[in-house]
Design a protein around this ligand. Structure first.
Ligand code: G1P
Length: 289
């Protein structure tokens, strides 16, 4: 039986040191691409995939992020009174109902696997999605929706994958591919952040996962891996014998907003796509070259 996916986990407890000083106070997931915070793109992607229950794994100092998903009656009343309907829509549409938003705490930065483990009690024994907001996806339909389509056939653990250059494999979880039809690959093993000469392939996990609750059995052991962190990839590797693991290539584009170049690129690409901005941005880019 393929378990339905009704909950999404957003690990948002990272310190975002690569974006200091911007992230001294501002959570990195609140950095805007054009005029929307990264985390909101991820939440909208989850909603497009049919998910309404959102679980944020936060850390101390992330209250701005909690505020962003809380109702703002004063601001709404102000916009309403001024007839600012577009602005009003922008703080209503795309937001999940407040009672469907939950927070789990990760008290210490022990790794992505640990962050996901912190959401265990809110997930129960269900299948669930994980979205890493700094992997920003530009895709139609959305990346997670594409994955939901494939998941109906594969079941098990399913992640989004992308071929990366050999000299970048050490930044990612990498698949040891057993079968691959060019769109969907099945893995026989997984390695987190391998050295380029040891990588079994160039097929990298990017920040979208549909996972089975069995992953918690391994995460509960709190074993550390690459970088001394509790790695999600290791827990998924440990359940491979019991739970099939597939990687889906997404139709669309990923922007790595965890680094500055990717973040700038995302801002330009998303601005160019906007009906209200695209033409002017194109002219502006020509003028500053
Ligand atoms: C995490 C995962 C890694 C995955 C990557 C995708 O790494 O551990 O397996 O490939 O996200 O962005 P991080 O970027 O947190 O180092």
């Amino acid at each position: 039986m393929i378990k339905p996916v009704t909950k999404a986990v957003f690990p948002v407890a990272g310190l975002g040191t690569r974006f200091l000083p911007a992230t001294k106070v501002l959570p990195k997931e609140m950095l805007p691409v054009v005029d929307k915070p990264l985390i909101q793109y991820a939440v909208e992607e989850a909603r497009e995939a049919g998910i309404e229950d959102m679980i944020f794994v936060t850390a101390p100092g992330k209250s701005l992020l909690e505020d962003h998903f809380a109702p703002a009656p004063k601001l709404e009343a102000f916009l309403q009174a001024r007839g600012k309907t577009t602005e009003l829509k922008s703080i209503r549409d795309g937001f999940p109902a407040t009672q469907r938003v939950k927070f789990a705490r990760q008290e210490q930065p022990l790794g992505l696997g640990h962050a996901v483990w912190c959401a265990k009690d809110l997930i129960g024994g269900e299948a669930f999605a994980v979205l890493l907001a700094d992997d920003l996806m530009m895709a139609t339909p959305g990346a997670l929706k594409q994955m939901m389509g494939a998941y109906k056939r594969t079941g098990g653990n399913l992640v989004a994958v992308e071929e990366v250059p050999q000299d970048r494999v050490s930044r990612y979880g990498i698949l040891d591919v057993a079968e691959d039809d060019g769109k969907l690959a099945r893995a026989r093993a997984l390695v987190e952040k391998p050295a380029p000469e040891k990588a079994p392939s160039r097929l990298a996990i990017i920040g979208r996962y549909i996972l089975q609750p069995e992953v918690f059995d391994h995460l509960a052991k709190k074993q550390t891996g690459a970088g001394g962190e509790i790695q999600l990839t290791d827990a998924l590797a440990a359940t491979l014998a019991a739970v099939p693991f597939h990687g889906l290539r997404i139709d669309g584009r990923r922007f790595d907003c965890g680094n500055k170049l990717g973040f700038v690129e995302a801002n330009v690409a998303f601005a160019l796509k906007r009906g209200d901005l695209g033409g002017d941005v194109k002219k502006m880019l020509k003028s500053i070259q």
